[in-house]
Design a protein around this ligand. Sequence first.
Ligand SMILES: C[S@@+](CC[C@H](N)C(=O)[O-])C[C@H]1O[C@@H](n2cnc3c(N)ncnc32)[C@H](O)[C@@H]1O
Length: 254
Amino acid sequence: MDDVTRGNRLAWETASRKHVREDAELRGQARAGGALFATEVEMLGPILATGPHVVHLQSGHGLDDLALTAAGARAVTGVDFSATATAAAQRRADDLGRACRYVHAALPGAPLAGGCADLVYTGKGALIWMPDLAAWAADVARLLRRGGHLFVHEAHPAVPLWTWDEDEPRIRPDRGYFAGSHVNDTFPAGGAVEWQHTLGEILNAVIGAGLELRRVEEYPEPFWRADGVDAAAWRGRLPNTFALLAWRPESAAH
Ligand SMILES: C[S@@+](CC[C@H](N)C(=O)[O-])C[C@H]1O[C@@H](n2cnc3c(N)ncnc32)[C@H](O)[C@@H]1O
């Protein structure tokens, strides 16, 4: 593991204690049913209807997994390098009787069998922690069975540029779309380094791993809003999230 990833892991191990402190609130959110956005349900509906085994890369607090099992997934295997996050997510899933299993491991390089996933699900603050998108995409392609899908619902790569000014959107003077990385100054903080991948780099990594794009969408709504902030950049004029659906073709030579 490189030094930056080691530092990021420390930052996440500390930040993930939030998922333990806020356990009651997270269970309430899970019971209320909704970690998946309507757009995710719409794109994933036909796949979830087949009862897939889902591998969730960078599974975090695991609320997505509870929602995926409620929406039809037969089982979810979450992988995350925060032991605090995987332990908390496992306790919640067990208590709620959901078929979720959590694996504590650094990615890429998930310690799971090749072809085990009908659906690889990831996002909501995941790709920014992957320095090498080609390695990430190769791991996804390895995990997918032929005919299996990759689904990503993620912060739009332009998001690091937006200020949180409430009167009107502005571009941060200290950020650039092509900068490559910046030090995170919100969550998980702790000096964590976020990698910036352009939309083209993300799509090309997926294509380069032998997957076929089926759909790409951009949305104005962010997937996360800091408490007490109502940024003008989130009110519909700018892209804040994107989603992509790709698949490993039946005939792919992997
Ligand atoms: C913002 S969370 C997003 C996860 C999830 N979708 C959610 O909403 O909770 C990012 C997660 O990525 C994990 N992570 C970051 N870098 C990682 C790596 N190299 N290997 C495995 N997990 C990693 C962190 O521990 C954290 O739980």
